[in-house]
Design a protein around this ligand. Structure first.
Ligand SMILES: [Zn+2]
Length: 530
């Protein structure tokens, strides 16, 4: 399952992207007088000729996710000035590789108050790769990022080189950002495709394939040897085989059973054939449940547990899947640290993983990920959590929780995840605004607790997300709540191109609010290896 930067709901559900009217008038009215703050630059890197950091300035990361095309559309200096002045941003997260990203948002989702006319992105041919490729680093793999020919917009630009001087002049940093998502034009990608329970290839890459591992290692080596990057964020919005089966139940949902995965299983004492058989049985069972073909007399969930008891290899395989993914991340972490030890390396933890997928949450705590994670950016998109949870749980309720009503299944989810049930919408509508602060607080606090002080937690605050009716007060309050819950920093999400100026200003006010609680100090953790 791939779904671009939280654009698509899991499984085969249509994306929940009803275009709610933006309350522009309210936003503009609530914007208040322009607040002009000095640059919140890192104390180690005072701006050359720019504003000096304020004495009491925030020292931890204040980030924003930024589309590379947006920077070039609006102008690099214009973008940087706007986000620094309004939202006190000190670090930009820019796609170097946007495979899972959505660069083609429709006009009605783009903020129109950035001072530059918006472009119709759907009418353009935008590249997915925004850095130059250097083949000498790709020694261990035949895979290559797609070449950007002259038919692409901005093919003649080199954003990550061009932005460095403007960034440094403002005391700002840049983290390259990657979202993995299947082939998407990657040369020779079919060589590394995962194998489903029927032995057929899928459109997804295998974490255990040496060429796929080598491809990501080469990618970060190229990035950090070719550009003066300050940090890195990588993500893969991909669920595990068992979650995939429960969420969508299609024939490709359970993978991978390729020779490399089998070898890994064998090395860990797992019978690959038994694992494959068990996954196939669960898949067929869930497909029958979803089709309404069976009503198990002992209960739908009992049917799954019965298969798991007969095939304990399934859960063992499932855990190896997660460890394989973490191993790819550790490979990138080690490669970057070998080149630039001080560069923070961290991971995008998508909304499904933070707030919906109990298997992902069970597989690994944040402190277990810490040895290869300087930080985790955990998605806490307040306004869309309610409807997304509802879509997610409805898939579970159509399969393994078939003995419950949807409302009972939702109750169970909210109990298990420790969220206030008031977050739950009565229909497929945004969560009630009164619940948003509480959700951001609870999920941030849970993340900080799961990290046990071993890695930094940066909540990804989602604002102007489609379906949200954020006003500046909401943004101000949820950012404060994230800090109150112990966040080490925050990352404005999903994309700068969606964020209205009044909301950016509200974030800036919260970042500088004097009542912010101090973030927890980090402790060492090196007890886990994937
Ligand atoms: Zn495999």
């Amino acid at each position: 399952m791939n779904h671009g930067e939280d654009e698509r709901l899991p499984g085969d559900l249509p994306a929940d992207r009803r275009d709610f009217m933006r309350h522009l008038a309210a936003l503009i009215a609530a914007a208040g007088a322009g607040l002009h703050w000095p640059g919140v630059a890192d104390a180690q890197q005072p701006a050359a000729g720019g504003p000096m950091p304020a004495k009491d300035a925030v020292r931890d990361l204040v980030g924003i996710q930024m589309g590379p095309h947006t920077m070039l559309d609006e102008g690099i200096e214009h973008c940087l000035d706007l986000i620094q002045e309004t939202a006190a941003i000190d670090t930009i997260f820019v796609y170097s590789h946007a495979y899972g990203g959505d660069l083609h948002k429709p006009l009605n989702l783009l903020a129109t108050d950035h001072g530059v006319p918006v472009k119709d992105q759907q009418a353009r041919k935008l590249p997915l790769v925004w850095v130059k490729r250097h083949d000498e680093y790709y020694k261990d793999t035949t895979l290559r990022h797609p070449a950007i020919d002259t038919s692409f917009a901005y093919h003649d630009r080199d954003l990550f080189a061009e932005m460095m001087r403007p960034l440094r002049q403002r005391g700002m940093k840049v983290y390259a950002r990657i979202l993995e998502a299947g082939g998407r034009g990657i040369e020779n990608f079919p060589r590394v495709a995962t194998t489903n329970v029927y032995g057929r290839p899928t459109g997804t890459g295998c974490w255990n394939h040496p060429e796929y591992i080598g491809f990501w290692r080469a990618t970060v080596e190229d990035l950090f040897r070719s550009y003066d990057l300050d940090g890195f964020q990588w993500g893969a919005e991909r669920a595990s085989p068992l979650t995939n089966i429960i969420q969508n139940g299609n024939d490709n949902s359970a993978a991978c059973f390729c020779q490399f995965c089998r070898a890994r299983g064998k090395a860990h004492g797992i019978d690959a054939d038994r694992a494959r058989q068990g996954f196939e049985e669960i898949l067929l069972y869930v497909q029958r449940l979803r089709a309404g073909q069976v009503k198990p007399p002992d209960g739908a969930a009992v049917g799954v547990l019965r298969i798991l008891l007969r095939y304990p290899e399934v859960l063992a395989w499932e855990y190896q899947y997660r460890l394989s993914r973490e191993a790819v991340m550790k490979t990138m972490y080690d490669q970057i640290k070998a080149i630039k030890p001080g560069a923070p390396v961290g991971w995008h933890v998508d909304h499904w993983a933070t707030s919906m997928d109990i298997i992902a949450r069970s597989a690994m705590s944040y402190s277990e990920m810490a040895p290869w994670s300087d930080y985790l950016k955990v998605v806490v998109y307040h306004a869309v959590t309610g409807p997304r949870v509802r879509s997610w749980v409805s898939n579970v309720q159509r399969s393994v929780l078939g003995d419950l009503t949807l409302e009972e299944a939702l109750d169970l989810h909210y109990e298990l995840f420790g969220y206030d049930k008031a977050l739950r919408p009565t229909a497929n509508a945004p969560a009630p605004p009164g619940t948003w602060r509480d959700y951001v607080f609870r999920e941030t606090r849970r993340s900080v607790a799961s990290a046990e002080g071993t890695t930094k937690i940066y909540p990804g605050i989602g604002f102007n997300v489609p379906g949200a009716t954020d006003d500046p007060d909401t943004i101000y309050q949820v950012v404060l709540k994230a800090y109150e819950a112990g966040a080490n920093g925050i990352v404005a999400s999903r994309e700068y191109e969606e964020m209205t100026v009044p909301n950016l200003r509200a974030m800036g006010r919260a970042v500088r609010a004097p009542q912010r609680a101090p973030a927890r100090a980090l402790v060492n953790n090196s007890r886990m290896s994937p």
